[in-house]
Ligand binder design. Structure first.
Ligand code: 5AD
Ligand code: SF4
Length: 466
């Protein structure tokens, strides 16, 4: 089709959002749209947005500003805003000059229709219903159908060869006081295991080798069907039996008291379950954890890590932290530093507290920690982690690691020990270590063994061992 309508999709935010982007991309492709990298050539621009921090929203707003110029050359261009910001801001987004369509995450099955309508009538369109509260709700059913129809196909939505994400639950019930997610994604709903497995099988048939199971608090996945309950550990066992699937990951875990040792045992006993946990602590201060409505203390969190390491000795753990939560004192921050020093994370992600309208923290507290202090704490915490990561990385020197190849390395990392003519590739180990080595780009999506010859805190460098 030469005169197919074209769509440009831009995605902000987390893996959940990327997954929605790929579903939407498949639906648009089925509706006859061709994809374009260039906004200038697009008949439709879809922006999938994130609300987790103010900065993420500011990037979207600035992107909308850029689109104003593109619109000058293409007055008929349709701009659709989807995702968490669409849910949070709803109708008010339609007031923005360039926005034609607003569609929340619960309504994405309607997106193609809304776009068609906007084309036909040149009018603004919106479908942002309340977040879905009830799994019996017809919107919930429509979402499930949409996910089943499009959750297994479409290279364009898939960032990496051989890898795919599979949602196992939507929403979150935790209401950590700083977090917008429960408001924009609704309450926790677990998808039926049969649907998930069906999707994984189809992915495996398409050549997918690694699946990452996604949920906001994925370790609490539980699906009840009559007398039977399927837990995440059960699900991991079933997915591991799918032929073709070699590695299974799951993110993100909530450090609850009852972490469910069965998950750790699944990891210890199945070579397919990657020995990796992403388990945010958010703070090392019990006072702040309480104010965040996180249901654990720093000591309990560390005990959980110790238990994980007893069951899975070589497990890699990654964490998230928020610095500058309202009322965070130097002492509170020191407790966070202490936690990071003891946790032996492979990696950790640090965020400056960003007040989100409507959340409990925002209603209760003023955002009173000045940005300079947030910034200083951010830098300091990353430096503490860097020293830990550096030590852990050095332990890999001389070892051979198995890597799932992602593709050409984006950064022009120079591996000093291998001046081959092959380009640099990047891949990851089961424990989520980034590995850079020289090799043929055709290795993307395949497993290779790499001997580690150099290390930096977050990257291992090596040569193909075959
Ligand atoms: N401000 C800063 N960071 C936040 N996160 C979630 N909400 C906020 C907020 N309001 C961080 C948490 C979470 C990660 C995805 O984003 O650390 O684990
Ligand atoms: Fe947000 Fe807490 Fe739910 Fe994670 S567990 S999505 S931080 S409310």
């Amino acid at each position: 089709m030469n005169n197919a309508r074209t769509v440009h999709i831009k995605s902000f935010g987390c893996q959940m959002n990327k997954l929605d982007t790929s579903l939407v991309a498949s639906a648009l492709r089925e509706a006859g749209f061709a994809f374009t990298e260039s906004v200038k050539e697009a008949d439709v621009v879809v922006i999938n947005t994130c609300s987790v921090r103010e900065h993420a929203e500011a990037r979207v707003v600035s992107h909308l500003g850029h689109l104003k110029h593109a619109r000058k050359h293409r007055p008929d261009m349709i701009v659709a805003v989807i995702g968490c910001m669409a849910q949070r801001l709803g109708e008010s987004l339609l007031a923005h000059d360039v926005v034609n369509v607003v569609c929340g995450p619960g309504q994405i099955p309607q997106l193609v229709h809304l776009i068609e309508e906007a084309f036909a009538s040149n009018a603004k369109r919106m479908a942002v219903a309340d977040v879905i509260r009830d799994p019996e709700d017809s919107s919930s059913d429509a979402l499930e159908q949409f996910e089943s129809a499009y959750g297994h196909e479409g290279e364009e939505g898939r960032a990496l060869r051989g890898q795919a994400f599979v949602r196992v639950m939507r929403g979150c019930d935790n209401f950590c006081t700083y977090c917008i997610v429960p408001y924009v994604r609704g309450p926790e709903q677990c998808r039926p295991p049969a649907r998930i497995l069906d999707q994984v099988r189809r992915l495996a048939d398409e050549g997918i080798r690694q699946v990452t199971l996604l949920g906001q608090t994925v370790n609490s996945y539980q699906y009840r069907n009559g007398q039977k309950t399927c837990s995440l550990a059960d699900l991991l066992g079933m997915v591991a039996e799918v032929e073709g699937i070699e590695w299974i990951r799951f993110v993100t875990s909530y450090p609850s008291e009852e972490f469910y040792d069965d998950i750790l045992h699944a990891m210890a006993s199945s070579p397919k379950v990657c020995r990796y946990l992403h388990m945010p602590a958010q703070s090392g201060s019990d006072r702040i954890l309480r104010a965040m409505n996180r249901h654990y203390t720093a000591a309990q969190y560390l005990e959980l890590l110790a238990r994980a390491r007893r069951i899975v000795p070589d497990i890699a753990i990654a964490g998230d932290f928020i610095v500058g939560f309202p009322g965070e004192t130097d002492e509170d921050f020191q407790a966070t530093v202490d936690l990071v020093q003891q946790a032996r994370y492979r990696n950790c992600f640090v965020f400056k507290y960003s007040p989100r309208p409507g959340t409990t923290a925002d209603k209760r507290h003023r955002d009173c920690v000045p940005d300079e202090i947030k910034q200083r704490r951010n830098v300091e915490l990353l430096a503490v982690q860097e020293a830990v990561s550096e030590r852990l990385s050095r332990g890999f020197l001389g070892r051979i690691v198995r890597v799932l190849v992602e593709g050409p390395s984006k950064k022009a990392n120079v591996n000093p020990t291998d001046a081959h003519s092959h380009p640099q590739l990047v891949g990851r180990t089961a424990t989520d270590c980034i590995v850079v080595f020289n090799g043929s780009p055709s290795l993307a999506g395949r497993f290779v063994d790499v001997r580690i010859t150099e290390t930096s805190p977050l990257t291992l460098f090596g040569v193909l061992a075959e």
